[in-house]
Design a protein around this ligand. Structure first.
Ligand code: PLP
Length: 463
């Protein structure tokens, strides 16, 4: 009997195979050699364990090429978000509207009049693309936009209060996550934090008492991702504006999430609208582009002209300005808000948040029928459940939803979920009590076929 180890080809024999021509162009020689060695080691281990294993060159090459192709996949890949969390920070927050995505795509692949006035042939400001859209959304007289809301907070504080005190309620010294903490942001900006009130109660009088000769601004921060409940009190923006006016101190409203349609009417009563602060007389309002607004990552700054001018003159503006793709996408997103009905149907965040439960149940039942017939399904149910908006928005606001709960015969729920994550496309789902839950609120209609295919291959075995 021949020694099975001796039937294995050598690395140099494998390297000469014409099948490797394509991958040879894509991967460095060292990686190729490493992949072939890995295959040979794996085959040797199987032989040593007495298990059957393919030892011919074509088999070993096919398997090495498959693993190299997996390594060659882009690190950033499309995922199907079956978590039901609409603004999932780890999954890229807001998916953009078609028109916004297309605007970013067009901006990316060609030239555009980014800082060029086509009528006069002269240089212009890139911020012009989004000023009008932000002003009509907020009612502000002037506006600009930067890289994200954290950058907006820093540059705004630099312009209004560098070297001065900024008064903030103790109940609003929040951390948004990913190291955005109000006290740290203040420090970075060069302003000094002046805390007032207590965690649960801060009255207008507390702010007024804290005003002194070195006060630069009053900052109100929307407690985006948590709530203090029970015996609580916070000063309204109107009260703060009255104090600010009396003492000649600007008032800043960091609303964070950026709701721009009437969310209360849609069943989300706690979210301030981006126009509320300006209407109440705030000097500057800040919010994110990729939270409830549903656009690209951006920090939007709206308010009095003198402050917006001061912000744009700061040399730091250069470090936090938006790139052409984000600007184009933001302009297109803002354009959708001219017609709120259109905004609700075309901006995915708004559409997902407002999908009626009846529609979701119907979609889940249809999906369940398609999954039920797959091999390897142990259990399957359509269940009522609860989803959250996420992304530091509406923390208390559970949205009723419907999920398809699936168990696999051959895999634990963790293994089933892992296979879904590493599959193509990747699917991210919740796990509960032996089941993987698919929440269709965050799955687009157009993704349902892919979802079924992904589930079919995940229940069958690991890729
Ligand atoms: C989310 C949030 C921020 C940070 O916004 P990014 O766009 O993530 O930088 C700042 N302030 C508030 C109140 C927020 O909710």
């Amino acid at each position: 009997m021949t020694n099975p180890f001796r039937s294995l080809p050598s690395v140099s024999e494998l390297l000469e195979a014409p099948e490797l021509a394509d991958v040879r162009r894509m991967v460095p020689h060292d990686s190729l050699v490493a992949a072939l060695r890995r295959e040979l080691d794996r085959a040797r281990a199987e032989i040593a364990a007495g298990r059957p294993v393919a030892t011919t060159s074509p088999d070993l090459l096919a398997s090495a090429i498959a693993s190299l192709q997996i390594d060659l996949r882009p690190r950033l890949r499309t995922v199907l978000n079956a978590t039901g969390i609409v603004l999932h920070t780890n999954l890229g927050r807001a998916p953009m509207a078609e028109s916004a995505a297309r605007a970013a795509y067009d901006a990316a692949r060609g030239y555009l009049n980014l800082e060029f006035d086509l009528a006069t042939g002269e240089r212009s400001s890139r911020q012009n693309a989004v000023r009008d859209g932000i002003c009509s959304l907020t009612g502000a007289e002037a506006a600009t936009a930067v890289n994200n809301c954290a950058a907006a907070t820093v540059i705004m504080l630099r312009a209004l209060a560098s070297g001065k005190d900024v008064i903030v309620s103790r109940g609003q010294l929040i951390e948004i996550g990913g190291s955005f903490r109000i006290p740290d942001i203040l420090q970075v900006s060069g302003a000094t934090l002046r805390e007032v009130g207590t965690t649960n109660i801060t009255r207008a009088a507390d702010y007024e008492k804290a005003i002194g000769p070195n006060t630069g601004a009053i900052l109100r921060v929307h407690a985006s991702n948590y709530r203090v409940r029970g015996f609580t009190q916070a000063a309204s923006i109107a009260e703060l504006v009255a104090i600010g006016r009396k003492h000649g101190v600007p008032v800043i409203d960091d609303v964070g999430s950026g709701a721009a349609v009437d969310f209360a009417a849609l069943g989300f009563p706690d979210e301030p609208l981006v126009g509320d602060g300006i209407r109440a007389g705030a000097d500057v309002v800040l919010f994110s582009g990729d939270k409830l607004l549903g656009g690209p990552q951006a920090g939007i700054i709206a308010g009095k002209r003198r402050w917006i001018d001061a912000i744009e003159k700061d040399p730091f503006m250069r470090a936090v300005r938006l790139d052409k793709m984000a600007l184009a996408a933001l302009e297109a997103t803002l354009a959708l808000y001219r017609d709120p009905v259109r905004a609700l149907s075309e901006i995915p965040v708004l559409r997902m948040m407002t999908t009626p439960i009846k529609v979701l149940r119907h979609r889940c039942e249809r999906l369940a029928e398609r999954i039920r017939v797959l091999d390897g399904i142990a259990a399957l149910e359509v269940l009522d459940d609860t989803a959250f908006v996420g992304g530091g928005s509406l923390p208390d606001q559970a949205i009723p939803t419907v999920v398809v709960a699936v168990g696999a015969t051959e895999a634990s729920e963790e293994e089933f979920a892992r296979r879904l994550r590493v599959g193509e496309p990747a699917v991210i789902a919740r796990i509960r009590q032996g089941r993987v839950l698919f929440d269709l609120r965050t799955i687009f209609d157009s993704q349902e076929n892919e979802l079924v295919t992904a589930v079919a291959s995940a229940v069958r075995g690991s890729p």
